[in-house]
Design a protein around this ligand. Structure first.
Ligand code: NI
Length: 273
């Protein structure tokens, strides 16, 4: 059924008015004027999916989550041996395709917090990410310090990046990561309320942007990983991508399963902290 729904997506985007009757009404409720209806990538076995989502240009996006979510995550609580690996600041025209090849070879899915000012140079890479089962999150347009911005400037950054991702892929970003982790509590609440975005931080930061060398990046990630963890790295940097084959293989050998950030949140066994 999941495959059937996904295979019908191109048809659905072309004409929302001609919905095959074999799809359940709840999954294809007719969009109201001005709304865009999109599907997320399939979730892992045992979870609901695909999740249908409504985005209103005014900024509301409150129906995306199947349960209450926190305004911030650095990790989740789960008995399953899962991690979410996140790649920030791309897409990079050379490093990101190389990384995508590595992920594909191992059937690993990741989450990319892309920057609008990078997306405009390689928009096709966003489509490849989605086609290969990855998730894309909002990392703003300019990669500025959000904590120093007014609410209006914050909204403008997020809205422009959100619309860019939807325009390129047809898929709605579900979460955001603040550049440098700089964000205020009131801003987190605003983003969850108006965009449906939890703020995604991390449990492991190997400081790969300081270029400590691929072996160090790998050892910090492998040693720091724990069930429910969120790993932070940057596909902007070549040595980081160089560190990935060994990182992936060691974590897979330890029995870790890689999930996207949305999947990780859906797996959280602790709700309403
Ligand atoms: Ni960043």
């Amino acid at each position: 059924m999941k495959a059937a729904i996904l295979s019908l997506l191109p048809l659905f985007f072309l004409s929302a008015c001609q919905v095959p009757s074999s799809i359940s009404r709840s999954a294809v409720a007719m969009p109201l004027p001005g709304e865009l209806k999109v599907a997320l990538p399939p979730l892992i076995v045992g979870l609901e999916g695909p999740t249908w989502d409504v985005v209103r240009p005014g900024g509301e996006n409150l129906s995306a989550w199947s349960k209450p979510v926190n305004d911030t995550y650095t990790r989740v609580t789960t008995s399953r041996k899962v991690v979410a690996i996140t790649f920030d600041d791309g897409p990079h025209p050379e490093n990101t395709p190389r990384l995508l090849d590595m992920l594909k070879e191992r059937k690993i899915r990741a989450t990319f917090y892309v920057v609008g000012n990078m997306v405009k140079y390689s928009p096709e890479l966003l489509r490849r990410m989605i086609a290969e089962g990855h998730e894309i999150g909002n990392h703003t347009v300019t990669h500025g310090n959000l904590a120093r911005m007014s609410d209006e400037a914050l909204r403008a950054e997020l809205r422009a990046a959100h619309d860019q991702i939807v325009a390129e892929t047809g898929v709605t970003p579900r979460s955001m990561r603040p550049p440098g982790g700089a964000i205020k509590k009131s801003q987190k609440e605003l983003m969850l309320r108006e965009f449906g975005y939890p703020t995604i931080l991390w449990s492991v930061d190997p400081e790969d942007w300081k270029r400590p060398g691929p072996a160090v990046v790998t050892s910090r990630l492998v040693n720091g990983a724990s069930p429910g963890g969120i790993l932070l790295v940057h596909d902007l940097h070549k040595p980081t991508v160089d560190a990935m084959p060994s990182t992936f293989d060691q974590l897979l050998a330890q029995g870790y399963e890689f999930v996207t950030v949305t999947e990780l949140i859906e797996l959280d066994e602790k709700v309403g902290e």
